[in-house]
Design a protein around this ligand. Structure first.
Ligand SMILES: CC(C)(COP(=O)(O)OP(=O)(O)OC[C@H]1O[C@@H](n2cnc3c(N)ncnc32)[C@H](O)[C@@H]1OP(=O)(O)O)[C@@H](O)C(=O)NCCC(=O)NCCS
Length: 152
């Protein structure tokens, strides 16, 4: 994949309608538009663009040396082309440079595709949160990337 026409930009109101469509297509329990708009101004949340069109996003936070990924989604027609890996890798480099020692995330037990991506980037299973999700109810696996064990 040639990534010349892809870039990430900060969250902005004009993209929210399209992001909400992507969110609805990607998740059984999608975030509302209001939840997506809360990401505006968050330094570690980014929208992924192909040319000027949103094709996905990541929502994240960095608290001193602990980073947390709240959500990542790629529009279904753009999935499995290496785009999630590319943007997540860029994001990991950024939080690493800004002082993160570890990155945490939760993922549905049934979401093997996302787990495969995280494992391929060095995340390890570090716990389980029972009934973490609604609609449908499901446990979450807690996964952690330790930058002391993985060079970024
Ligand atoms: C998870 C997600 C962000 C991955 O983005 P993507 O652009 O499709 O991922 P990539 O093409 O970069 O794939 C990277 C790796 O992820 C894994 N993967 C991605 N899709 C997969 C699938 N359908 N089945 C199995 N593994 C998959 C593979 O390990 C893949 O590497 P490979 O292609 O070399 O085998 C995307 O599938 C998505 O938006 N899913 C819906 C929302 C979601 O589940 N988000 C994560 C919540 S924790």
């Amino acid at each position: 994949m040639n990534f010349n026409f892809f870039k990430s930009v900060p969250f902005e109101g004009s993209y929210l309608d399209k992001l909400h469509e992507i969110e609805n297509a990607c998740y059984p329990d999608p975030w509302s538009k209001a939840m997506l708009s809360d990401e505006i101004g968050e330094e570690y949340s980014e929208i992924f663009l192909y040319k000027n069109d949103p094709i996905g996003y990541i929502s994240g936070r960095l608290y001193i040396d602990e980073a947390h990924i709240l959500s990542i989604a790629i529009e279904p027609s753009w999935q499995r082309k290496g785009i999630g890996r590319k943007f997540l890798t860029d994001w990991l480099h950024k939080v690493r440079e800004d002082g993160a020692e570890r990155v945490h995330l939760e993922v549905r037990v049934s979401n093997r595709s996302a787990q495969n991506l995280y494992i391929s980037l060095g995340f390890e299973l570090t716990g389980k949160r029972v009934n973490f999700y609604d609609d449908p109810p499901e446990d979450a696996l807690l996964m952690t990337l330790d930058f002391r064990k993985n060079a970024y």
